[in-house]
Design a protein. Structure first.
Lengths: 118, 118, 118, 118
């Protein structure tokens, strides 16, 4: 599905649940953006906590109880939650995430051309 | 464009530049994942620094020099960079970001149904 | 108690528990530093999740169940955990956190002198 | 120097520069706390960007230009800036960082006793 369409669906749902992405003043816009940035941090923090545990498990396999497949399921979940916050923050900023990402990928392609492996 | 297609393009480019997403051992996979998580943090940190400055500007408009349109251009750039890291981390974990996001949105829809505004 | 002494106590305990701060190679030093940085993200993420909830509570007092005093106890706990990671990362880098902080405060004092309120 | 004294000096300077840590309402307190949390993200993000570069340098020593001693000086600086934000956030929350850290260390000592190496 189009990234653009996915973003629209998510924002429509947010608005329905009382989390708008448009604001009457710049002040209110950045107050909400700042809060959502903290929300994004929370999700990436949860992701980080699981990565931390996987790393301890890999360093001390016999001492530390952790099921890797279960941990990877949780990582998936937290990564998706982080992505949803990025969609939301993008919408508050009025960014077309799809167009901007394609544009950045094009610019990175030239920028990193010298690293290309033959 | 399909999120799935965007992710594939990004990963193909990463691999071409010597940043693989597949690894012979779980150890090497998580070593790279941990490094890319730090990369994601860097991008979100840059985004945060700009938000911080916008907030100071909004609190002290006369004291603090900052051009909002320019700051918003930078915010756009850093958000896209963060998104590219999320694509990359998803690929290392073997996640189908598109399918998982649609699935999570469906589950959130039921979960937050009680918040729905009429 | 001296910050220097607090840091020493924490590091002695870490070493006792099998989390060294000195490494035979730069590679191993940065591998551990990178892991501990992810640990720090985890703690700040937990802190962020609680701040997020407090902010929702303040925005929607009647809809959202949260006890502020309990939330503040958790914030305290997560902030201290974040600080302990900063001590640990500082020790891996061989930083004298106390001396460097006092030095930075002195430099900030000159740098922000123009902001001083009369 | 006492951590308590260091924190007091930092807060006194913040207040002098127009960044208070006490607020008339809980709303204003958490608005500022949320902003300072974003400031902390910014500092840890800058720290992360340097760690990212050091890791690339260690992986690709011949391809990537970076002076390790210079990078470590920057890491020191960013870590101290992160610590100063932690002091500030602690003051907004009315936390006695020194007492709470010593208390947490004592609790960790019992909690991790089973990991102790002989």
């Amino acid at each position: 599905m189009d990234l653009k369409k996915i973003a629209e669906m998510q924002i429509k749902m947010d608005e329905l649940h009382g989390f708008p992405v448009q604001f009457p003043t710049t002040q209110e816009k950045y107050q909400q953006l700042t809060k959502d940035l903290v929300g994004l941090f929370g999700e990436i923090g949860e992701f980080s906590n699981i990565v931390k545990k996987v790393n301890i498990k890999l360093d001390r396999p016999d001492e530390y109880p952790l099921e890797l497949p279960e941990a990877e399921n949780l990582l998936k979940e937290e990564l998706v939650d982080s992505f949803i916050y990025i969609i939301r923050i993008g919408a508050i900023l009025g960014i077309d995430l799809q167009a901007e990402t394609l544009d950045k990928m094009r610019r990175n392609e030239s920028r990193y051309a010298k690293l290309r492996r033959k």
